[in-house]
Design a protein around this ligand. Structure first.
Ligand SMILES: *[C@@H]1O[C@H](CO)[C@@H](O)[C@H](O)[C@H]1NC(C)=O
Ligand SMILES: *[C@@H]1O[C@H](CO)[C@@H](O)[C@H](O)[C@H]1NC(C)=O
Ligand SMILES: *[C@@H]1O[C@H](CO)[C@@H](O)[C@H](O)[C@H]1NC(C)=O
Ligand SMILES: *[C@@H]1O[C@H](CO)[C@@H](O)[C@H](O)[C@H]1NC(C)=O
Ligand SMILES: *[C@@H]1O[C@H](CO)[C@@H](O)[C@H](O)[C@H]1NC(C)=O
Length: 640
């Protein structure tokens, strides 16, 4: 059948002869047959504009991911990030080959958070399985050199145990969890999920001591334990590791740990190492805050953070370590050329790049478009496609008539997701027995995690846009005068940090990973706006990154996407009198997650209600994850 497909394309059988490829003739045939379909996921879109130039390579060169959150299918509706995990697997294979040819070391590292945020990881939990049971084995097709654990591996006991039992055992000594332990049910003892540290020598002879440090996370499931950084650096194993009599040319610290925020524990680690090794280079690879960023700590210590959700591949090169036989200035490619700090006499030089996660980027940097796909990369792409269908992730609810963004427009604008959310709440959150009683529905904006993009709105998108499962509760017969003050009171109260309210939540928090600092960087989805043509080059909207080395880090130049903040909460209403008169009382409906804030705010408005007054407005199985799909089913066309 394959044969007829291929021949149907008009390729002669001579063209199928396999010369110089690594696989067999069959593999080559499959590869060619796939040319009928676009590579990536078949429904993904190709990128429009590509890299500005070749990547820098140094004595040590790194590819870095973090916060992938299950996005292994790539962003099928966004041209900038259309590559899938299979494309990435092929790309890394080419980069490993190129590194050898250039005579430099190449290491591939990940900083954690593999769960929560896309159907491929999350749908299995809704089916009664474990979040990640499909996505982690797919992830494992990438031969990472070093990885570390994220907080999203630790909220739910089953997930933490799965990581310990399967993922950690797969990567063995490459999985570093210097301060994270789990209780092994086999003997009731707390054990490190992975290894505390790893001492190794690279191919070209650089001797590295590596750690993997999670920030001081506290909302973990009770079968896990996080040792605070300040305590970890006092532990004997750590002191032994940094004082080892073996030569150490470089300390490598991976961490699910923001490189810039006040919650980062990297400075604690750096100070502890610096105390005994004032001159040894220390390189950090962070994550968690979902930003593209690069930070200089001192003249021989810098940190990279590579964004989120398979939107960015972080790239980092350094030269000047006085060890090994790797080339410091490999020929024919750009080399790292900046000291960490201007004016230092250190020999170390650095470069960083943020690569858009798409085929155009990956093929361009592989110098080899014709044979880009590797057999493993292709099989990963196929497996993702199969799993997306097996899990029904491509099932259609309806066609979004436009893109509704989280932050690209003021929240009252029709471009924003919030007017749509209000419409959907009004239409869908109706208790049949009380449908004639006016209702005011309050929800927090932090539960919306991604833009709702124009085109097919699928089961997968229901996880992408609103993954959390908050139930709808209400207080009946609240005096309208008080209810009318509620929104302002909620929005002027303390920000609703999502502390763990396990009882009402099958998975995970919302705002903890959001970067509170830099809107332009935090902002995500590609908003359909006019592309700008500059010097004959097409520039599409996307990330524009400013870091400690300036504004030249983005691999593909973009025009910026505006950023607008939103209020904590929004309100929708329904069932109000048609004549515009104000009712005496209303039903006050809200997510269970914000119940206590609502009670506090109502008390401020002079109405003392208690938990005993709160009831469920909708069945507990109909949650914040369900109302947009229901709206799409009822009100959007099925013909995209
Ligand atoms: C964790 O909490 C659950 C429920 O409260 C309890 O049954 C379990 O024994 C606890 N596990 C540990 C390791 O403390
Ligand atoms: C350091 O040097 C670079 C390259 O010469 C320059 O672009 C940058 O502005 C300098 N930074 C500072 C802080 O002086
Ligand atoms: C690096 O900075 C430290 C202080 O932060 C200083 O003591 C040292 O001399 C500097 N080294 C070089 C090579 O510039
Ligand atoms: C997918 O949908 C089909 C048809 O609606 C259903 O029979 C099947 O059980 C679903 N599979 C999963 C994994 O939800
Ligand atoms: C509400 O409760 C507060 C404190 O518990 C009390 O001071 C106040 O009098 C109560 N108001 C009403 C209207 O019952």
């Amino acid at each position: 059948m394959l044969r007829s497909l291929v021949l149907g394309l008009g390729l002669s059988s001579a063209a199928l002869a396999c010369d110089g490829c690594t696989g067999t003739g069959d593999v080559e045939m499959i590869r060619r047959a796939r040319l009928i379909q676009p590579r990536m996921q078949p429904d993904a879109l190709p990128a429009i504009n590509g890299p500005k130039g070749p990547l820098p390579w140094g004595q040590l060169t790194f590819a870095h991911t973090s916060d992938t959150h299950g996005w292994l299918m790539g962003h099928v509706k966004e041209e900038n990030y259309g590559a899938d995990w299979g494309d990435y697997v092929s790309f890394i294979r080419h980069m490993r080959y190129k590194a050898r040819k250039l005579g430099v070391d190449f290491l591939v590292v990940d900083s954690g958070d593999l769960h929560d945020g896309a159907g491929l990881s999350d749908a299995t939990a809704k089916l009664g399985g474990v979040n990640g049971e499909v996505s982690l084995p797919i992830f494992q097709n990438l031969d990472y050199d070093l990885l570390t654990i994220g907080n999203h591996e630790l909220y739910v006991a089953d997930v933490a145990y799965d990581v310990f039992e399967n993922f950690a055992k797969f990567y063995r000594s490459r999985y570093l969890t210097s301060n994270v332990q789990i209780m092994d049910p086999k003997d009731g003892k707390f054990k490190y999920v992975g290894r505390t540290h790893k001492y190794f020598t690279t191919y070209f002879g650089v001797r590295i001591m590596a750690f993997g440090v999670l920030f001081d996370f506290t909302s973990n499931a009770n079968n896990s334990k996080i040792i605070k950084a300040k305590d970890m650096v006092q532990q004997q194993w750590f002191l032994d590791a940094i004082n080892t009599p073996e030569p150490v040319d470089l300390f490598l610290v991976l961490g699910h740990n923001s490189i810039r925020s006040s919650t980062s524990t990297f400075p604690v680690i750096r100070e502890a190492i610096r105390k005994v090794r004032p001159d040894t280079p220390i390189q950090f690879f962070g994550g968690h805050s979902h930003t593209r960023d690069f930070k200089v700590y001192d003249n021989s210590s810098t940190a990279l953070e590579p964004g989120r959700y398979c939107e960015t591949l972080g790239w980092f090169a350094m030269s000047g370590i006085e060890a090994g036989t790797g080339k410091h200035k490999p020929a024919g490619v750009p080399n790292p050329n900046r000291p960490a700090i201007n004016g230092t006499t250190s020999y170390l030089s650095y470069a960083r790049r943020y690569i858009d996660w798409n085929r155009l980027s990956f093929e361009y940097h592989s110098d080899n478009v014709r044979t880009f796909d590797t057999p493993r990369g292709e099989s990963v792409t196929d497996e993702i496609w199969d799993e997306r269908h097996r899990l029904n992730l491509t099932n259609l609810y309806g066609c979004a008539p436009q893109t509704y963004c989280l932050s690209c427009a003021p929240q009252t604008s029709e471009l924003s997701i919030y007017p749509l959310v209000q419409k959907a709440l009004s239409a869908v959150i109706v208790n049949e027995e009380r449908k004639d009683i006016p209702r005011m529905i309050f929800v927090n904006t932090g539960g919306f995690r991604f833009d709702l993009l124009k085109g097919p709105f699928t089961y997968d998108d229901s996880f992408i846009v609103a993954p959390f499962r908050n139930a709808f509760q209400y207080i009946p017969n609240v005096p309208y005068a008080a209810a009318a003050k509620l929104l302002d009171l909620l929005n002027n109260g303390a920000p609703q940090k999502r502390d763990m309210d396990r009882k009402h939540r099958s998975f995970i928090p919302r705002s903890v990973d959001a970067c509170p600092l830099d809107g332009a960087q935090f902002n995500s989805g590609l908003v359909k706006r006019k592309t700008i043509i500059r010097r004959q080059q097409i520039v599409t909207p996307g990330y524009i990154t400013k870091d400690d080395f300036g504004i030249d880090g983005d691999d593909t130049p973009h025009s910026s996407i505006p950023f607008f903040r939103t209020t904590n909460d929004i309100m929708a209403q329904g069932g109000f009198p048609a004549d515009g008169s104000t009712p005496e009382t209303v039903d006050v409906v809200f997510y269970d997650f914000i119940r206590n804030y609502v009670l506090t705010a109502l008390a401020k408005a002079g109405e003392n209600f208690t938990v005993a007054d709160v009831e469920y407005y909708m069945p507990t199985t109909f949650t914040s994850n369900d109302f947009l799909p229901e709206y799409a089913k009822r009100f959007w066309s099925k013909d995209c």
